[in-house]
Design a binder for this molecule. Structure first.
Ligand code: 5GP
Ligand code: ZN
Length: 147
């Protein structure tokens, strides 16, 4: 993709602080880190969202994310836990329309968090939830067994 910022980084047309690279993925430091050590793992093939990404690239992105999750925990960077986060589409908060997985080192009280709706603590009507599961199973090519 000609104008995609992450494709430009992959083609080395604009710089990045690289942490890892192989044939399928690249990982580099986020330019606006949420916490110190914030990384992005990016498949080299351009796909805007995960449904458009080939399974081999997706699997490699997850596999390298695991390696880097372990690496940040052992790096000496403050890290009690890690958020592995994908915003898969604009309404989910995706700013750069090229699939990427955030690795965000976390420490207690670091100020980062996912904001939930106010009523999130209240369990919802299970029959309505089950109706939604029916809709999902109906279009899923390999549906799981119902519980
Ligand atoms: P999104 O909101 O799409 O999930 O996250 C995009 C991330 O890419 C943001 O955290 C942002 O700071 C990072 N980012 C955007 N442009 C650049 C860039 O040119 N270089 C680097 N290293 N990170 C970028
Ligand atoms: Zn791209």
């Amino acid at each position: 993709m000609e104008d995609c910022i992450f494709c430009k980084i992959i083609r080395a047309e604009i710089p990045c602080i690289k942490v890892f690279e192989n044939d399928l993925v690249i990982a580099f430091m986020d330019i606006r880190p949420v916490t110190p050590g914030h990384l992005l793992v990016v498949p080299k093939k351009h796909a805007a969202i995960i449904p458009d990404l080939d399974n081999e690239s997706l699997a490699e992105m997850i596999s390298i994310a695991k390696d880097l999750d372990i690496a940040v925990r052992n790096s000496g960077i403050p890290c009690e836990a890690v958020n592995l986060q994908v915003a898969d589409g604009k309404a989910a908060g995706q700013e750069v329309p090229h699939v990427h997985l955030h690795i965000i080192p976390r420490t207690t009280g670091d100020g980062f968090g996912l904001r939930m709706p106010a009523d999130h603590t209240v369990p919802k009507d299970m029959s309505k939830i089950a109706e939604l599961a029916v809709l999902i199973r109906a279009v899923n090519s390999d549906p799981p067994e119902a519980e």
